[in-house]
Design a protein around this ligand. Structure first.
Ligand code: HEC
Length: 94
């Protein structure tokens, strides 16, 4: 992995702190929220841009994308793509 990518993932970890309450600590959600871990980065970027531009309507997600710069989105997707896709945690476990 190249250094720039590592920096991006590092920034993504910090940015993702505001996403964890719904998408899970490591991108796998206990609630009925899409799992982001291991998702295709291009796809995540498209979804985030679409929420921001209101091309994809979501009252829940739109406010969370409002303040994200393009670089923020790239850092977030670098982080989520890097996370392993695991078995979703079940309610009651961690
Ligand atoms: C309050 C809960 C909540 C927070 C906080 C939140 N999300 Fe979401 N997110 C959702 C829900 C619910 C959906 C499904 C929305 C829909 O399809 O209407 C979603 C959908 C998404 C999707 C699309 C996934 C897919 O497979 O199509 C992405 C990407 C995403 N969120 C990223 C983020 C990121 C990055 C953050 C932090 C900046 C974040 N979310 C914060 C609840 C949340």
């Amino acid at each position: 992995m190249i250094a720039a990518e590592n920096i991006s993932i590092g920034r993504g970890v910090t940015l993702a702190l505001r996403c964890t309450m719904c998408h899970g600590a490591r991108g796998m959600s206990k609630a009925n929220t899409p799992n982001l871990a291991g998702q295709n980065p291009e796809r995540i970027h498209k979804q985030l841009s679409d929420f921001q531009a209101r091309h994809r309507g979501s009252e829940i997600m739109a406010p969370h994308t409002r303040s994200l710069s393009d670089q923020d989105m790239r850092d977030l997707l670098a982080y989520y793509a890097y996370l392993p896709r695991t078995t979703p945690p079940t309610l009651g476990s961690n």
